[in-house]
Ligand binder design. Structure first.
Ligand SMILES: NC(=O)c1ccc[n+]([C@@H]2O[C@H](COP(=O)([O-])OP(=O)(O)OC[C@H]3O[C@@H](n4cnc5c(N)ncnc54)[C@H](OP(=O)(O)O)[C@@H]3O)[C@@H](O)[C@H]2O)c1
Length: 277
């Protein structure tokens, strides 16, 4: 059984470098998926209030029989829980649905800058961390400008920023910014997302032939070699195993340069000043 290596966070905790994405699986599907994922070696599960599947994730964790301490569980609070103490209520709901007494990582799902509540929300996150209801705290979809404001007005540097990232949406400036601050970058939609066509790029197929791997494995290896944490979603046990089986080969520098032709440039991907929930 393959286990993903651990990446150290700025607060002393560690996160498995590859985890299971769970959107858009419903409670029933996600519960079965979590059991199969744990069997395959996954020890990191990504959910969110918005996915409506925290109860199923919790049921799956229980059914899998894995020790709580061996598992890394992330959830995210969306706009409904931003502002003043609302995040405390939001986390309580998540813990109840998950059947857990702490989460490993709690994220602000989107900055929603027009709402202008992410600072007060983060201060509540700091208190929840001090109270032991969450081990690590982080953000998602934050741009450098949002992070700069957060750092200027609050005390704890986020452990993680989970952003849309793939060989097509490379966010190199954002990644450099994160590493200067000690923030781990986590890639969501790492395979290009549901319904995306990244995996049909001929170069990924050609490299797959060379390394005897699939296009998805080539892409996930690209994430791993750049020190990113990544959370590919699959509801299919065969693909879950395939996605975790990326720690026994390495793309050479020329092949990484070939993959760079897929980069759609700095403007690619979603814009969290304009979108979010
Ligand atoms: N923070 C945020 O705002 C945010 C936003 C979006 C997503 N996320 C998180 O990130 C996770 C991953 O992102 P995502 O679901 O958007 O996209 P993704 O993981 O890039 O792609 C998922 C799609 O790829 C397919 N797939 C998985 N493994 C495959 C393989 N080996 N070969 C071919 N196809 C494969 C899946 O189908 P099957 O299931 O049929 O295998 C699914 O259609 C989400 O599940 C969620 O947990 C976070």
């Amino acid at each position: 059984m393959t286990l993903a290596p651990l990446i150290k966070l700025n607060d002393g905790y560690s996160i498995p470098q590859l985890g299971l994405g769970t959107w858009p699986l419903d409670d029933e599907k996600v519960s079965a998926a979590v059991v199969r994922a744990v069997e395959a070696g996954y020890r990191h599960i990504d959910t969110a209030v918005k996915y409506g599947n925290e109860k199923g994730v919790g049921d799956g964790i229980k059914a899998s029989g894995v020790d709580r301490e061996d598992l890394f569980v992330t959830t995210k609070l969306d706009g409904e829980f931003q502002g003043n103490d609302r995040a405390a209520e939001g986390l309580d709901g998540s813990l109840q649905r998950l059947g857990l007494d702490y989460v490993d990582l709690l994220l602000i799902h989107w900055p929603l800058p027009a709402r202008d509540e992410f600072i007060s929300t983060w201060k509540t996150f700091e208190r929840l961390q001090a109270a032991g209801k969450v081990r690590s705290i982080g953000v998602s979809n934050f741009k450098p400008a949002h992070l700069e404001r957060l750092l200027a007005e609050t005390d704890v540097v986020p452990a993680v920023n989970q952003i849309q990232l793939s060989p097509a949406i490379t966010r190199t400036a954002e990644r450099d910014f994160h590493s200067r601050l000690g923030i781990v970058t986590e890639s969501y939609s790492p395979l290009g997302g549901s319904g995306g066509d990244l995996l049909s790029a001929p170069i990924l197929y050609q490299l797959g032939e060379k390394y005897e791997k699939t296009p998805a494995q080539v892409v996930l290896r690209w994430h791993i070699q750049q020190g990113l944490v990544t959370i590919p979603k699959s509801g299919n046990p065969e693909r879950m195993r395939e996605n975790l089986d990326v720690f026994d080969f390495a793309l050479d520098p020329l092949d990484l340069a070939e993959i760079a032709i897929l980069d759609e440039g700095p403007g690619a991907g979603n814009d969290s000043d304009a979108t979010g929930h």
